[in-house]
Design a protein around this ligand. Sequence first.
Ligand code: PLP
Length: 373
Amino acid sequence: MTALPNDRPFYLLHEDKIQANLARIQKVKSATNCTVLMALKAFSHYQVFHLLAETLDGCTASSLHEARLAHEYFPGRHHAYSPAYSPRDFPEWTNYCQTFVANSLQQVEFLQHLQIQNKLEVGLRINPLQPEANNPLYDPSSPQSRLGVITKHLKNQWPKGVNGLHLHNLCENDSHSLDRTIRALERDAQFALEACQWINLGGGHMISKHDYDVDHLIQLIKYLQKRYGLKVILEPGAAVVWEAGDLHAHVLDIVAQDEVATALLDVSITAHMPDCIEMPYTPQIREGRITSEGCRYRLGGNSCLAGDFVGDYHFDHGLFIGDEVVFLDMAHYTTVKTHFFNGVHHPSIYLRHTDESYTCLKTFDYTDYQSKL
Ligand SMILES: Cc1ncc(COP(=O)(O)O)c(C=O)c1O
């Protein structure tokens, strides 16, 4: 279709932005020959997997369903990492993924038992005890973290038959965070670096941000390849679809109480932008600013949750019923996390192609709400 239909509200994904992000990732791949996997937890629109697969080598799945989606729609080799695999999901997992990362030594044993029958490759996630994420909710490397084995507990012995080392301690970080992490590994886990064939440096590398030092990342990868003979794997999620989607909402009503004017939108913050409440953060919008002079509005969602609102924004002009408000950077960790709380109408999902035509990826109706329950 050449124009968006009058279908509101909707998410709009941008093919050109995805391609620009992939081009930055391709630069890293071309310079280092490293493997880059798509972390499906961040974004799993299988309808655009063909675009991602032009650059990325496969997926990393954190559940059986993600693994199956990768197998069905994404050509390549797929990895699995789950904090705890359930016996219920085996052997099906092994139809979809070739490499499994364990989160504990008990899980290594569990996977090695299966390995004999299925020729699986097994890795172990370690906790590098190198906190780099700004928000504790996204920091897996505290000493009490349930994610990954603390290397000193391995007593300088890397488990037999485990040929990969996995870590994930970054969240929207720069290359210097990775640099510090590699130094922490060399301090505490040199034996692991020497024992393994591959290292998976997890996600959280904000490669797509304009000020990310891609050349520094390339240097770090080359260092690990040369110094330890390691095959290097990255598994970014957010960086692949960074700033590659918006949520288009519309004003349904305006209510003013106690000097606060709230524009009630046809979307819900908790249902359609859950990270804004969970993280929490205040997203950028196309029309207004978060702080400045002008007409101030609180943007509220259409569920009955009292906290279903996001920030106060200033607009150059008053808002009116029917006005559009566009929330920016709503591709990563957004459409994968939405839900049907209150049965509120779920935004449709469109893709804008580079030739400015549109494809509808998904619309939602009563049956989606009803069939989930
Ligand atoms: C194990 C693992 N790998 C990769 C990722 C992807 O991280 P990001 O989307 O920040 O790049 C995550 C995110 O939580 C993760 O937990």
